[in-house]
Structure formats: C-alpha cells, structure tokens
Design a protein around this ligand. Sequence first.
Ligand SMILES: Nc1nc2c(c(=O)[nH]1)N[C@H]1C(S)=C(S)[C@@H](COP(=O)(O)O)O[C@H]1N2
Ligand SMILES: [Mo]
Length: 257
Amino acid sequence: MILHRRHLLTALPAGLLLTGCDALTRNHTAKAVIGAGEQATYRWQRLVGRDGLAREFAASDISPTFKVNGTHEPTNPEWQQLAAGQFADWRLKVTGLVHRELNLTLPQLRALPQRTQITRHDCVEGWSAIGQWTGPQLAPILKAAGLRDGARYIVFLCADDYGGEASKGGLQSASRYYESVDLVDAFHPQTILAHNLNNQPLSTGNGAPLRLRVERQLGYKQAKYLMQIIVADSLAPFGDGKGGYWPDRGYEWYAGT
Ligand SMILES: Nc1nc2c(c(=O)[nH]1)N[C@H]1C(S)=C(S)[C@@H](COP(=O)(O)O)O[C@H]1N2
Ligand SMILES: [Mo]
C-alpha cells in the first residue's frame, strides 16, 4: 500500500496530484490514506484480503482475436479529436468525493506500477475471449485522490454514445456509456485501468486509450473509452440511476461471473 502510494507520488508531478494543496500537503495526504475518510478507511481494512481472485490463464490460452463488441469507435468530436492526436491531450479526470481531484495523462498512468493479468471476458451475448491486460491498479489511484466520507461507488464515464450518434449532451447524458462498482471491487487487486491488450496499446475497438477491467464481473462492466472517474455516495445522479448503461436497461448491476 505504502509502496504503491510512494510510487504514485513519485510518478505524478506534484502540481497535478495535489491540486490546490499547499505546505499542509504531506499531512493532508497521510490523513487521506490513513484516516480521512473514516468510512472509506474502515471499508478498506474490512475488505482487503477477503476477496477471491478471478482465474488467470497462461499466455498459451490467449484468444487469437479479442472480439470487439458494443461501440466500435466513439463518434463524438471530442474523442475523435483526442484520437487524432494519439491521445496526447487525453486526460483521465478523477473527481467527486475526493480530497484531491486528479487529471492523469497516459504517460503518468503508464509510469505507475503495472499489473498484467490474463483473464477470460464473458459477454452476456454468449461469447468469451481470453486476453492479457496491462495497466495500473485502480486502488492506488483512488488512494492518491483520497476518498472522502460517504464514498460508496466508483463511477466510470465513457466517451461513447452507445446509440452511435454524436453526443451533444456530454459525459452524463442519458445515452452515454457508463458503469460503476462498489469499493470492494474498486480496491480489488485485479481491478485495473488497462491501456494495453496482448502487449499492444488498446485498439480503438477494444476501448482506446483506457478501459476498466473488473475481472470478477461480466463483459458489460468492462467500461471502454474511459474519460472520467467519479467517486460518489449514490448512483441516482447517473443515467437512470441503476449504475450503468446496461443496468439502466435491465441488466444486473452486480454482474458476478
Ligand atoms: N464504453 C463502452 N464500454 C463497453 C461497451 C460499450 O459499448 N461501450 N460494451 C460492453 C460490452 S457488452 C462488452 S462485452 C465489452 C466488449 O469489449 P470488447 O469490445 O473489447 O470486446 O465492453 C463493454 N464495455
Ligand atoms: Mo457484452
């Protein structure tokens, strides 16, 4: 935990990591990690170590192709422009019930300690694929942001309008893809923000430049085209309030495999 936090603090320029903080930063950080969100800390201590791991596979099990499903390419101009610039201007925002908002570049995410895992993705439509995913764990990023009291859910806002029409309503409009997890899954060791599939940067179809991998759950939880992470006390403000694009349309929010 501490090792991760140190790495994170080293990897991220102070100005980005500690938005708006001053000389009290050090205290502030320690407090956030150890005690500030009492509830969050309590949850973390209660939950760590209790969760089982999703099965991991061998390199020889990797599927020759990883099918693209749902959105193949976001059509909205913002994402199109970011893609045209090789995502140099893309930022992952971390906001909501945090002590410090983060604004992370891809090089910063790649500079964090990385986890690589070969897992099986199961889509409710009846297909599966085994792929090798690489990226930083979500947990140290959330710890760097510092969860505030009341934090219960981590919400992931995506760049794509599932309908395939250019989105005019922004990240929280009704037809934008989004997903969410509770803190158990958010802090699970296999929950990573993947920028790499099978040793290649994520393709457009598979969710460039960054996607969620939450390996104990079904395919639709694996949000592609990540733009923003919001720490929230309720799912009500997002979409139709059921915690995800497909949950809003009748799928289970907790999609355990
Ligand atoms: N942003 C976004 N994330 C998404 C989807 C999508 O359409 N948009 N589809 C979901 C579904 S149903 C599945 S099975 C997987 C598909 O991921 P893949 O295209 O890499 O196979 O992404 C999930 N995450
Ligand atoms: Mo799916």
